[in-house]
Design a protein around this ligand. Structure first.
Ligand SMILES: N[C@@H](CCC(=O)N[C@@H](CS)C(=O)NCC(=O)O)C(=O)O
Length: 215
């Protein structure tokens, strides 16, 4: 049975799971969650994810929400790709970054994404300067941590591509629209360019507009 990914394809969290599936060569059916029609607030959708948020994975009767958990499920389908190694010490070096993404990086980026991108996309007014300042403060503490790692290594968890890059790297899908303050972070910029040159990134970005056409 084909895996279904319920997504709003312009979101970096949706991009994250579709990109990983494409990278692993996992065939999936993208199902549009049309935010403009409130599709995530229907009882049917809430039955899959009571948080009423996407992305959601469905594999037969198995349902999973939280993008970083979905990444682990996808990686487990293709262990030979070693995006999440079996060895516990090596594995936790990657899982650590996934937690860091959910706890710190994603919420900081989400401020810029909402103020500079989502508000414009859904005509919800002008960016709030106080919120942007709050985002900048969070960014100033977090970005040097990620940048430091990427100055020392090619990828987030070392010299090979892992789930840590998918978790943290997907935000680069909207870096320009969201106006993340990345100017002084050379390591992050070099890494983002590397990720964007991957065939799986380009395939995912190219397919996003067609998913929106399911409207
Ligand atoms: N931590 C969750 C976040 C999911 C999330 O917040 N998704 C947003 C879109 S990017 C959503 O569905 N929002 C619907 C709403 O706010 O009503 C994940 O990584 O999957």
């Amino acid at each position: 049975m084909t895996i279904k990914l319920h997504v709003f394809p312009l979101s970096p969290r949706a991009f994250k799971v579709m990109w990983a599936a494409n990278h692993l060569g996992i065939v999936f059916e993208p199902v549009l969650v049309d935010f403009s029609k409130g599709a995530h607030r229907t009882p049917e959708f809430a039955g899959r994810n009571p948080n009423m948020r996407m992305p959601v994975l469905e594999d037969g009767g198995y349902v999973l929400w939280e993008s970083n958990a979905i990444l682990q499920y996808l990686a487990a389908q293709k262990p030979a790709a070693e995006l999440l190694p079996e060895d516990i010490k090596a594995r936790l070096q990657i899982v650590k970054w996934q937690f860091w993404d959910s706890a710190h990086w994603d919420p900081a980026c989400a401020i810029f994404a909402f103020e500079n991108y989502v508000k414009q996309l859904f005509q919800r007014g002008e960016p709030d300067a106080r919120e942007i300042a709050r985002g900048e403060e969070m960014f100033a503490r977090l970005a040097p941590v990620l940048d430091g790692e990427l100055q020392r290594h090619r990828y987030v968890a070392g010299e090979s591509l892992t789930l840590a890059d998918f978790s943290l790297g997907a935000m680069n899908f909207i870096a320009e629209q969201a106006k993340f303050p990345l100017e002084s972070y050379r390591g992050i910029q070099r890494w983002a360019a590397d990720l964007k040159s991957l065939p799986s990134w380009q395939k995912t970005a190219a397919e996003a507009p067609a998913i929106l056409q399911q409207r």
